[in-house]
Ligand binder design. Structure first.
Ligand code: ZN
Length: 425
């Protein structure tokens, strides 16, 4: 757990790290120096944590434009490794690491296993991709540093995974949530639940519905499912974990500052409200991040966790800021509608949000939702009323709700288009 015990010490450590990072980036990188000078900020201007607001933002575009070695802030001889993102949009993002960066990453990743209350007796089956990306090697490094036994299985190959579960008596498995579901169904199908010893699963980099999670838990009879966040830009996976109380993801505020900002105004949103995650590293040497816009949405969770940790919490990822809709001066994210619908029985998972501007000049929202496969049409009025009430209560807007037949909305292999904005601006 972190070296600091109180919030005051954590803040002091953050200020020290912020000063160090701005100074280091200013001296080490012509990109950052130009950027800071453009904003009229000198390293000495950073005197309090509030001064972070004076710093310019860094974006994924900056990473791509600096390809292949963007944001490099140390001499090349200090770089010991690179990692790259899978590069689905545009060029790959390449990040560089010094030995200290790798050590820091291993240290805080080991904390993930500690947070999940594993011990050195645990056997950890790592079923994520090994390669130039950060997943496999990150889980591996953290596991070895923690002192548990790593089983570097890699993704897929359910046959081998099941064999390892039985033969090696794996106690914890790291994979994506969809792989977790496949595993759970496979174990169930083979009837080997009583021969395995799996107690915990750690899920990376993917949103998972509550329904999916409870199915996995039931089929495998396991104690805990954890969410592990992470992105290549910020070392890789392992930048936080929910504790056994599962009240949100504790994030490593002693390694980075997390700001939650309104993606339109770039001002801080009140604690508890949804906004874009913007991160600033505190001790990253090779490629430090200054106010890096992740485009991921989440919210800070107010109050203290029952576990007593000084490390603050953020919610699971709730979508991408590019998906934000502004409707009657309220910022809305499709993920919020998704979240409401997933809590209402009698409907399927497919939905559409339609926005229109009528002759009266006002904006109107219609939410189309599919009835459950075995749903009863007689309940439509009741269900649509319930959805309307929840939307009003949780998102503070009024929407007309239309229940349509199961299968009536289009589906696609990729992410379905859910928002149809017919308004003219
Ligand atoms: Zn906790």
């Amino acid at each position: 757990m972190p070296a600091v015990k109180t919030e005051k010490d954590l803040k002091a450590l953050q200020l020290e790290g912020l000063k160090w990072t701005v100074n280091h980036a200013y001296r080490g990188s012509s990109f950052y120096r130009k950027k800071l000078e453009g904003s009229g900020v000198k390293p000495d201007d950073i005197r309090s944590l509030e001064d972070i607001k004076r710093l310019p933002f860094t974006t994924s575009k900056d990473l791509q434009e600096g390809y292949p070695f963007p944001l490099l802030s140390v001499p090349f001889e200090k770089v010991v490794r690179i990692h790259a993102s899978s590069g689905t949009t545009g060029k790959r993002k390449v990040l560089l690491y010094t030995q200290k960066d790798i050590d820091d990453w291993a240290h805080f990743f080991a904390r993930c296993y500690e947070m999940a209350e594993l011990t050195r007796e645990d056997r950890v089956q790592i079923a994520v991709g090994y390669g130039v990306w950060t997943a496999g090697v990150g889980f591996q490094l953290g596991c070895e540093r923690f002192g548990a036994m790593a089983i570097p299985a890699g993704p897929g190959n359910l046959d081998m995974q099941c064999q390892f579960l039985v033969d090696f008596q794996t106690t914890a498995m790291c994979c994506t949530a969809s792989m977790g579901l496949l595993m759970a169904e496979e174990v169930h199908k083979r009837g080997i639940k009583d021969r395995i010893n799996l107690k915990k699963m750690i899920f990376g980099s993917e949103r998972s519905s509550d329904a999916m999670r409870s199915r996995i838990r039931d089929l495998l009879g396991i104690e805990h499912l954890f969410d592990i966040p992470g992105m290549t830009e910020l070392y890789g996976p392992g930048t936080g974990l929910d504790c056994v109380y599962h009240t949100g993801i504790h994030y490593w505020a002693d390694y980075y500052i997390l700001e939650i900002l309104d993606p339109e105004t770039m001002e801080r949103v009140p604690e508890g409200e949804i906004g874009e995650m913007v991160v600033t590293t505190l001790c990253k040497e090779a490629t430090p991040l200054i106010r890096y816009r992740t485009r991921d949405l989440t919210r800070l969770i107010p109050g203290k966790c029952p576990c007593g940790s000084v490390l603050p919490r953020h919610d699971r990822l709730l979508g991408r800021s590019d998906d934000m809709i502004i409707f009657r001066a309220v910022n809305i994210y499709p993920g919020q509608v998704d979240h409401i619908l997933s809590g209402i029985p009698g409907i399927g998972s497919e939905y559409q949000i339609i926005l229109d501007r009528n002759n009266d000049g006002k904006d109107y929202m219609t939410i189309k939702v599919e009835r459950d496969q075995s749903g009863d049409g007689a309940l439509d009025t009741h269900i649509s009323k319930k959805i309307g009430e929840e939307v009003k209560k949780q998102i503070l807007v009024s929407a007309a709700v239309e229940i349509v037949d199961y299968g009536a909305l289009p589906r696609s292999e990729r992410k379905s288009k859910r928002v149809f904005d017919n308004r003219e601006f």
